[in-house]
Ligand binder design. Structure first.
Ligand code: FAD
Ligand code: NAP
Length: 552
């Protein structure tokens, strides 16, 4: 006779919160939850912490927001003690920082690595989420937090014959852990976004021949990366309170810099050119902050775009290659601007060739070559710098069932719908960190991650203290927010680009401008006001026997 294991003999583990992902978002979420006495389990499909910085190990990978700002602010000791080596730290150092944070705050004991969350089902009677993982287990949790990342679902291009290629194929977003040496090899790089722009100059130094396949040229600004001096670090540290406050409250993109008070057309040609020149020489993302209307007014934007196009023509010696490298089909900044070290100059090397696959598309990959209508390009290795199914890709891979059995994928079939990018109606107690509808990828993401995690943790504490069992976005609040996100986006030039912000890089994905462009400062204020009004726009479900509100 077979004996059925009783539920009591094999109880499913139960937590206050299941967190999916152990990048910067999941790690800080765990730290905050522990701090308020909640039990949490983090699941991470990778074998270590760090998310983006765990997966993207391609040559040349580094941050594009300066490290003194692209770092956690929640611990004063941490920000005073960690020594960033360079203005833009390389990937191994950012990963080392993530590991340091995991050790310092003893996070690992609540993180289960090498485990994917496959499915999450909301039980409306028990008011609990039932979460299934790739190790065959099911656990329950009151809340689920998706800290799954906006750029974590690397996209393989749909190019015929890729599986036939005999050499090694690498995706920048899934780079091997062991060192890859291209010395003496003919390498092909497909794509010319940020990942390619960072890796091409480094690969060019190793490869015997590097062929870069470009469909769309991109704007890129020199990083002017350099080692950080003790004085520079100290200056930041001494001013951290103001720098962090400014980044959170005043900067639209979460980066401390001067705010422009003039439009590009308010200055004459010479003055404008000298301002662009100064920012070009300073380097970095703040090139787009020279004037206050570069994202709004096409004529203003053209002045900045023309300046960068002229720089490309100055740097690149072959006029035809220079012409191909000059972006001409989208306003500057309407795709995340790239930050490089010697990208354009790399095309002056005798071992580097640019191939325009806009006019001559790739037809297929053969066993040893990339074939266009015009020619076969023989390569020994292929680097796919083809990007991500961004913002919704990793969420869509989880089979999430909310009220009435509706799946999140069904609900988001025509594009993601959220209130504040934090929750989606019909999916109670399911939170998203930097979800679609929040500033997320338009910002210094650590600023946005910390703001979301703090808001979510405060909200869970509020629910506990007020005996609330469930919380979800109200349909009308969500509808208004989705309309607002869309409306604000269309006051800018951003929707004019076929970018991953619009889902345009994934065939069949709905074209919706996904991030909220209103700025991190105003957005934070909206979130704070919503919370101050008892979570206005959210529907709260009372427990049958409310717990006492903690005395303050
Ligand atoms: P991630 O770091 O993406 O972590 C999410 C984690 O969730 C991943 O480890 C993933 O494996 C895990 N996961 C997903 N689904 C599941 C599942 N179902 N089960 C279990 N685990 C799951 N932003 C900036 O602001 N400045 C920069 O300089 C910058 N540089 C970047 C460079 C690169 C190459 C890329 C790709 C992105 C960059 N970004 C940058 C954006 C970057 O993604 C964020 O800054 C930040 O690291 C995101 O942290 P996160 O924790 O939200 O997500
Ligand atoms: P990306 O910006 O989406 O660029 C992908 C590139 O691949 C584009 O040039 C695209 O061309 C090309 N491509 C895609 N599919 C193709 C196909 N089938 N055939 C030919 N070409 C194809 O991706 P990414 O460079 O990985 O960057 C994504 C984001 O990650 C960035 O925008 C940034 O936010 C972040 N990131 C930041 C840094 C940093 O500097 N710190 C570095 C890397 C990434 P089209 O444009 O024509 O589609």
């Amino acid at each position: 006779m077979s004996v059925k294991p009783s539920v009591a003999a094999n109880p499913a583990a139960s937590y206050d919160v299941v967190v999916v992902g152990a990048g910067f978002a999941g790690m800080y979420m765990l730290h905050r939850l522990r701090g308020q006495g909640m039990t949490a389990r983090v699941y991470e499909q990778g074998s270590g912490v760090g998310g983006t910085w765990y997966w993207n190990r391609y040559p040349g990978a580094r941050c594009d927001v300066e490290s003194m700002q692209y770092s956690y602010s929640f611990s004063e000791d941490l920000q005073q003690q960690w020594n960033w080596s360079e203005r833009y730290a390389p990937q191994p150092e950012i990963l080392q920082y993530a590991n340091h944070v995991a050790d310092r705050f003893e996070l690992r004991s609540d993180i289960q690595f090498d485990t994917r969350v496959e499915r999450a089902v909301f039980d409306e009677t028990a008011r609990l989420w039932s979460v299934s993982t790739s190790d065959g287990k099911v656990v329950t949790a009151k809340h689920v937090v998706l800290a799954t990342g906006c750029l974590s679902n690397a996209r393989m291009p749909d190019i015929k014959g890729l599986d036939r290629f005999k050499g090694n194929v690498y995706h920048t977003g899934h780079w091997p852990h062991e060192a890859v040496d291209f010395t003496g090899q003919r390498v092909g790089v497909i794509g010319t976004g940020s990942s390619a722009i960072q890796s091409v100059p480094v690969i060019a130094e190793q490869a015997s021949q590097l062929t870069v396949f470009q469909r769309t040229a991109n704007f890129s600004i020199p990083a002017r990366n350099a080692p950080l001096t003790d004085e520079e670090r100290e200056k930041f540290r001494a001013n951290y309170p103001e720098i962090r406050r400014f980044a959170r409250e005043e900067a639209r993109n979460g980066i401390y810099t001067e705010l422009p008070d003039r439009g590009a057309l308010d200055d004459g040609d010479n003055e404008r050119r000298s301002k662009y020149e100064a920012r070009w020489n300073r380097g970095g993302l703040t090139f787009m902050s020279v004037y206050n209307n570069l994202a709004l007014d096409k004529a203003a934007n053209d002045t900045a775009a023309d300046f960068v196009r002229a720089k490309i023509a100055e740097i690149v010696r072959d006029p035809e290659t220079a012409r191909l490298l000059q972006p001409d089909n989208h306003p500057i900044g309407s795709k995340r601007i790239c930050i490089d070290t010697d990208y354009f100059a790399t095309f002056n090397r005798p071992n580097v060739t640019l191939v325009d696959i806009r006019s001559n598309p790739i037809e297929e990959i053969t066993e040893s070559a990339v074939r266009t209508a015009a020619k076969d390009y023989q390569v020994d290795a292929l680097v796919l710098a083809t990007g991500f199914d961004a913002m919704t890709g990793s969420v869509a891979k989880i089979d999430i069932h909310g009220r009435g059995g509706q799946t999140l994928n069904q609900k988001w079939a025509a594009g993601p719908r959220t209130y504040l990018g934090l929750m989606s109606s019909g999916f109670p107690n399911l939170f998203i960190v930097t979800g679609p509808g929040s500033p997320s990828v338009l910002s210094n993401m650590i600023v946005s991650i910390e703001q979301h995690v703090d808001w979510i943790a405060d909200c869970m504490a509020y629910m506990r203290d007020h005996g609330l069992e469930t919380m979800e976005a109200a349909v009308d609040a969500e509808d208004k927010w989705v309309a607002h996100v869309n409306e604000v986006a269309y006051t800018t030039l951003y929707p004019q680009a076929n970018s991953w912000y619009m889902g345009a890089n994934v065939p069949g994905k709905p074209r919706i401008f996904m991030p909220y462009i209103g700025g991190v400062g105003p957005y934070r204020q909206i979130c704070n006001e919503v919370a101050a009004k008892g979570y206005e726009g959210f529907v709260m479900g009372q427990a049958e026997q409310p717990r006492k509100v903690a005395a303050s």
